[in-house]
Design a binder for this molecule. Structure first.
Ligand code: ATP
Length: 264
């Protein structure tokens, strides 16, 4: 599936907050079709890195390209149009809207289907609307969200809200999905379901994934490649097997809650 073409390149990214370095010359690549995980002890800079890619944070130095295009000067919504979507560590849904509305809002905001279109090109807009609806239904089916379609998002169990958030990201039709701790707070069954969804999104939908996750069992199971951050620097990059036996990585994880070996 074209796994040798670079989709995202992060090149010597440095980010500081009031003189304190959160990221120091971080470089890595995601090839088309890959699942890449970004791991590291608490405070290592993982979320900051996602924020630099999605456009929330502006790094002091470095370059990030998506499909060969430099995206650092673009605001988040333009990056979304180029195929970037993300979920957040703390769920960021429209809690007062239904599941269906959450998915549709995400879709419309980012795909430029506007009021003007519906006023002047009603027929065309209707057709576009129908296509959107069909795509959204596909996502609802895929994530088994049908029973919750008309339920208010904020009233749903945590695990289901996480799935809705994933669905909203999928509704943007991304080529690269950034997932910030999708398994956080989940029980074993929910974790396994989420891992399956991520694999299917990758294999069946052809979407590349950058995963930030503390559950090492999942990370080791599903990643093509792993980037380890420590104190804002890349400590190691490699396959799960290489990372698990890397002495520098083992040392960085000593005393950490996440175990590199036992997984779940
Ligand atoms: N908005 C901010 N303002 C100031 N400092 C920040 C900000 N965001 C992150 N930092 C700092 O940058 C460093 C990296 O934080 P970051 O949240 O990226 O780490 P992380 O690897 O995602 O941690 P965790 O696993 O705990 O989520 C930390 O020292 C943090 O305090």
């Amino acid at each position: 599936m074209g796994k040798n073409v670079n989709l995202l390149t992060v090149d010597k990214i440095t980010l500081t907050f009031k003189g304190i370095a959160a990221l120091v010359s971080v470089s890595f690549k995601i090839k088309k079709g890959q699942i890449v995980s970004l791991i590291g002890p608490n405070g290592a800079g993982k979320t900051s890195m996602l924020n630099c890619i999605s456009g929330r944070y502006k790094p002091d130095r470095g370059k990030i390209t998506l499909n060969g295009q430099n995206i650092l000067q673009l605001p988040p919504y333009k990056r979304a149009k180029l195929g970037l979507a993300r979920t957040f560590q703390n769920i960021a849904l429209f809690k007062g809207l239904t599941v269906l509305e959450n998915l549709m809002v995400g879709r419309h905001t980012h795909l430029n289907y506007g009021l003007l279109a519906s006023m002047f090109y009603f027929g065309k807009a209707k057709k576009i609307e129908e296509t959107h609806r069909r795509d959204i239904e596909k996502i609802i089916d895929f994530l088994n969200l049908s029973p919750y379609r008309h339920k208010i998002a904020g009233s749903l169990p945590y695990g289901v809200q996480k799935r809705v958030e994933l669905g909203r990201a999928l509704a943007l039709n991304p080529t690269l999905l950034l997932l910030d701790e999708p398994m956080a707070g989940m029980n074993l069954e929910e974790t396994e379901d989420m891992a399956r969804y991520i694999l299917d999104i990758n294999e069946e939908w052809g979407i590349s994934i950058l995963l930030v996750e503390h559950d090492m069992g999942v990370v080791m199971d599903i990643s093509d490649s792993i980037v380890v951050l420590d104190f804002g620097q890349v400590l190691a990059t490699g396959t799960p097997k290489e990372i698990q036996k890397n002495p520098k990585v083992i040392a960085a994880y000593l005393g950490e809650e996440d175990s590199l070996f036992t997984g779940r």
